[in-house]
Design a protein around this ligand. Structure first.
Ligand code: HAM
Length: 429
C-alpha cells in the first residue's frame, strides 16, 4: 500500500507560470529580444548560485538585500557559503572579470531570468521574480547612460505604455557623497530634539534614509537638509548635464529627484527609476544607474559601467492592463483517428507535415470522434485531418477546415489522397 503523502505546494512568494499565461511572457520576451538587438546588446548567462561574498562586497554589507533578503546556505560538501542571485549585476561583473572580457573592448550585454529575494510577498513583490538586466561594461558615459534611458523610452512606446514616469538623480562620486554625509549628520545633530525614534536610530547608520521620512513633523527639517547636488564637483555636474542634454534632445521627460538613492551600494553619478501609479504600492518597473567602481571593487582592472534592470512581473502586469495578447494556436493541424492502423498512419503523416514546416498535434489516448473534434477545435488548429477505417482502406484522409468564416464551408469535409495531403494543407494553412 502506498503511504499517504502530504501535498506539496510551491514555496511562498514563488509562482508557477502555466501554459495559459506563459505565452504572454513569451510575447513580451520576443518584443524585448528584438528591441535589445536594435541597440546591439548581446545575451550572456551566469549561474543562479554565486559565492555569498560576491553580493556582500558588490551590493554592500549594510543594504536590505544583503542584510535580510538573500537565500544563502552552506554547501554541505565543501563548506562554501553560497547565495541564490538576488540580482544580476554582481554576477555579470564577476564573469566579465573572470573571462577578461574587458581586456580588448567594452561590451553591451543583457541577461534575463529568475532572481531571489526573501521579501514579504504582495502584489508585484515576490521571492522569486524575473529581471531583464542590461549592462554596458567599459563605457564612461554620459552618452551610454542616456542611451539606456532612451532605449527604455522606446520599449515603453513599443508596448504602448504611457503612464510611466522617469525619476533621475546624480549621486556624484564617493568623496562627494562622503562630504555630503558629514554635513547631513551635523545637520541632523542640530535637529536631534525633534527627531523621532526611527530617525535617531538611523542618523549615523543611514542618514539619507532619515530624509525619506513619512513623519509630517519632520518634513520641513528634511526639506531644508543639505542637498547632495550642492556637494557635486564640476566633473560630476558636467557628466549629469551631459545625460540631461541628451534626454532633452531625445524628447524624454524626467523629474529630478534628489532623494533617489537606490537600494544597492554600487552606484555613482547617474541613477534613475521608471515608476507607474498603475501597479499599487510596487510601482517601480525599472531601476538602474552607473557603477564605475564596482569592477575594481570586485578585483578587476578599473573600468566604468552603467546598467539597469526591469522587473518582468511588474512590466507584464502593466502591459496586460492596456494590451490584449492573443493566445497562439497550439498547432496548425490536429489529427483525429480511429483504430490502431489509423493511429499509426496518423503518426507517419504528421511527421511528413512537420517536415513541410507545419505544427501538428496527433490526438493521443482512446477517445471517440466527437471528443477528438472538441479537442481539435479547442486547440485553435486551422484544420483537422481525420483518419478512420474508410480512409485507411482507400489511402485517403479527410480534411475539415475549422476556422472558416462561412459556416457551410466549415461543415464540408474534403477527401484527399494521403500522397497529396502535405501539398494540400501546406497550400492552405
Ligand atoms: P533593483 O532596483 O533592486 O535593481 O531591481 C530592479 C527591478 O526589479 C525593480 O525596479 C523592480 O521592478 C524589480 N523587483 C525588485 N524586487 C522585486 C520583487 N521582490 N518582486 C518583483 N520585482 C522586483 C537591481 O537589481 C540592479 N541590479 C539594477 C541594475 C542593473 N543596475 C545596474 N545594472
Amino acid at each position: 500500500m502506498t503511504q499517504s503523502f502530504k501535498k506539496v505546494h510551491a514555496v511562498t512568494g514563488m509562482k508557477d507560470i502555466l501554459p495559459d499565461t506563459s505565452y504572454q511572457w513569451q510575447a513580451l520576451e520576443a518584443i524585448m529580444h528584438e528591441w535589445l538587438a536594435q541597440y546591439g546588446y548581446r545575451n550572456m548567462r551566469t549561474p543562479i548560485l554565486e559565492h555569498t561574498r560576491l553580493f556582500a562586497r558588490g551590493i554592500g554589507e549594510v543594504t536590505d538585500i544583503v542584510e535580510k533578503e538573500m537565500y544563502s546556505f552552506t554547501d554541505s560538501l565543501n563548506g562554501d557559503q553560497l547565495t541564490m542571485r538576488p540580482e544580476f549585476t554582481a554576477g555579470v561583473v564577476r564573469a566579465a572579470i573572470e573571462h577578461n572580457m574587458l581586456y580588448e573592448r567594452p561590451h553591451r550585454v543583457f541577461t534575463m531570468g529568475p532572481v531571489f529575494r526573501h521579501e514579504r510577498p504582495q502584489r508585484g513583490r515576490y521571492r522569486q521574480f524575473h529581471q531583464l538586466s542590461v549592462e554596458a561594461l567599459g563605457f564612461p558615459g554620459p552618452d551610454v547612460d542616456a542611451e539606456h534611458i532612451i532605449m527604455l523610452g522606446r520599449l515603453w512606446k513599443k508596448l504602448g505604455l504611457n503612464d510611466i514616469r522617469l525619476e533621475l538623480n546624480s549621486l556624484g562620486q564617493a568623496h562627494e557623497r562622503q562630504a555630503h554625509r558629514q554635513a547631513l549628520v551635523k545637520y541632523l545633530e542640530q535637529h536631534r530634539d525633534i527627531l523621532d525614534d526611527d530617525a535617531q536610530r538611523r542618523m549615523y547608520t543611514n542618514p539619507l534614509r532619515v530624509l525619506d521620512t513619512k513623519n509630517p513633523a519632520l518634513q520641513e527639517m528634511a526639506n531644508n537638509a543639505p542637498r547632495l547636488s550642492d556637494f557635486l564637483g564640476d566633473e560630476s555636474l558636467s557628466h549629469f548635464q551631459g545625460v540631461c542634454d541628451r534626454l532633452h534632445e531625445a524628447g524624454i521627460q524626467y523629474q529630478l529627484n534628489p532623494r533617489l538613492v537606490r537600494g544597492l551600494d554600487y552606484y555613482n553619478l547617474t541613477v534613475f527609476e521608471w515608476i507607474t501609479d498603475r501597479l499599487g504600492a510596487q510601482g517601480t518597473v525599472c531601476g538602474g544607474g552607473r557603477y564605475d567602481d564596482l569592477i575594481a571593487l570586485l578585483g578587476g582592472k578599473p573600468a566604468p559601467a552603467v546598467g539597469f534592470a526591469i522587473g518582468l512581473e511588474r512590466l507584464l502586469d502593466l502591459w496586460l492592463q492596456s494590451s490584449d495578447v492573443a493566445a497562439p494556436a497550439e498547432c496548425d493541424v490536429y489529427m483525429i483517428h480511429q483504430g490502431d492502423a489509423a493511429q499509426r498512419r496518423a503518426m507517419v503523416l504528421a511527421e511528413q507535415l512537420r517536415d513541410a514546416g507545419l505544427t501538428v498535434i496527433v490526438h493521443a489516448g482512446p477517445s471517440g470522434f466527437r471528443a477528438q473534434f472538441r479537442r481539435a477545435d479547442a486547440s485553435g488548429a486551422t484544420a483537422a485531418v481525420i483518419l478512420g477505417g474508410t480512409e485507411i482502406e482507400n489511402g485517403t484522409a479527410s480534411v475539415k477546415w475549422l476556422r472558416q468564416a462561412d459556416a457551410t464551408a466549415q461543415e464540408q469535409q474534403e477527401t484527399v489522397s494521403q500522397q497529396e495531403l502535405v501539398m494540400h494543407l501546406k497550400a492552405k494553412v
